[in-house]
Design a protein around this ligand. Structure first.
Ligand SMILES: *[C@@H]1O[C@H](CO)[C@@H](O)[C@H](O)[C@H]1NC(C)=O
Ligand SMILES: *[C@@H]1O[C@H](CO)[C@@H](O)[C@H](O)[C@H]1NC(C)=O
Ligand SMILES: *[C@@H]1O[C@H](CO)[C@@H](O)[C@H](O)[C@H]1NC(C)=O
Length: 173
């Protein structure tokens, strides 16, 4: 009896460490190991899924991130502190771009489910490009400065997309 329990506990231990090794190994294949590891570990289902499942979790993180940034930009655009109509317009345009990035990531999850990996990559690449459209909107107006807070979110979303693409490359197509 005691030995059965011991064997059971040992097997739990072995499978748990194998899972965490799998996440680490997968994240080492991406450009942003720490971001990958912390994002995947924040979702408890990551311990029991394959590489495709890890990609799906990361797509969820990216969708939430793009949506959060879109919401942030909308509220900045509406904020009464700024009565600069050009800035408001650019912020609104940026909110739309990040919303499209979220849509593209949501779309990519559908393609992942049906194992259309080429289309997953196309959507994720598109999502990573939308922050550039926002940056370009700022560049159109020489008087506007690209705010560091938006630049950080721009980098953040691109890094998440890089991680998704890195995981995808190592799924056997
Ligand atoms: C964890 O990932 C799954 C997708 O694999 C998702 O459905 C679920 O909402 C995620 N959980 C959290 C807390 O984000
Ligand atoms: C608000 O707009 C007015 C008129 O365009 C301008 O003179 C003023 O400086 C603006 N205030 C702020 C806080 O941007
Ligand atoms: C999105 O990314 C930015 C930049 O890395 C980060 O500050 C923010 O917390 C992230 N938001 C979500 C919802 O993951």
């Amino acid at each position: 009896m005691a030995s059965t329990i011991l064997i059971f506990l040992l097997s739990l231990l072995i499978s748990a460490s194998a899972d965490s090794n799998f996440i680490q190994k997968t994240c080492k294949l991406t450009k942003h190991y720490d971001l990958c590891l912390s994002s995947l570990k924040s979702n408890s289902t990551s311990a029991s899924v394959d590489a495709k499942g890890l990609a799906l979790i990361m797509i969820g993180v990216g969708t939430a991130n793009a949506t959060a940034t879109s919401t942030y930009l909308s509220s900045q655009s509406l904020s009464s502190a700024s009565n600069d109509t050009v800035l408001k317009r650019v912020l609104k345009e940026c909110a739309d771009k990040y919303s499209f990035a979220g849509d593209a990531l949501q779309d990519s999850a559908q393609y992942l489910a049906s194992e259309n990996y080429d289309y997953v990559a196309v959507d994720v690449t598109a999502a990573a490009d939308y922050p550039n459209a926002c940056h370009n909107a700022f560049k159109r107006f020489p008087g506007l400065v690209y705010p560091p807070k938006i630049a950080r979110r721009d980098r953040g979303l691109k890094e998440i997309c890089d991680v998704i693409l890195g995981i995808l490359e190592h799924i056997a197509w």
